[in-house]
Design a protein around this ligand. Structure first.
Ligand code: DLZ
Length: 152
């Protein structure tokens, strides 16, 4: 994990079934987030990984709900929302955040939150786990999801 106060998490996900739900907007950043999540899942020895691609971050909660209700031990949600000139940004961020929280609390299945909500594309690239990025939020979301399953 990165950022002030972030914990160092070591996770072992042997035997877990993890579903990654990923939006498709902002291809380069999404490729980085997905690669980071895959790296973290492999490093934690998770061998049962399913990936579901949806159009946008607004659609992440319904995909997460489907996964949680059909046997996933945890879900990793990945998306990128970049502020534009209208209030649309707030609505998509709010729907994704509230929806994913609701899925997790309602089903009891942990959801790792890897949705970047950024003012511009550079902020997202800095967090995408790509060469030159400062942070790897896809990997962090995967580690958090596994760590929560293990903790519960
Ligand atoms: C419409 C839209 C816009 C403007 N921006 C983004 C974005 O930055 N990131 C993202 O993941 N999705 C965006 N979307 C698409 C919405 O999430 C959703 O897919 C559409 O409104 C259709 O339901």
């Amino acid at each position: 994990m990165s950022g002030a106060g972030a914990p160092q998490i070591t996770v072992d996900g042997t035997g877990l079934r993890i579903t990654v739900v990923a939006a498709s907007w902002h291809t380069e950043v999404m490729d980085g987030l997905l690669a980071g999540a895959r790296r973290a899942l492999a490093a934690a020895h998770v061998s049962h990984v399913t990936e579901i691609r949806v159009p946008g971050s607004f659609e992440l909660p319904v995909a997460a709900a489907r996964a949680a209700e059909h046997g996933a031990d945890a879900v990793v949600a990945l998306g990128v929302v970049i502020r534009g000139g209208t209030p649309h940004f707030e609505y998509v961020c709010s729907a994704a955040t509230t929806g994913l929280t609701d899925v997790s609390v309602r089903t009891g299945v942990p959801v790792g939150f890897g949705v970047l909500t950024c003012d511009d594309e550079q902020q997202a690239l800095d967090r995408a786990g790509l060469p030159g990025s400062r942070e790897d939020k896809g990997a962090e979301a995967a580690e958090a999801a596994i760590a929560t399953v293990v903790a519960l």
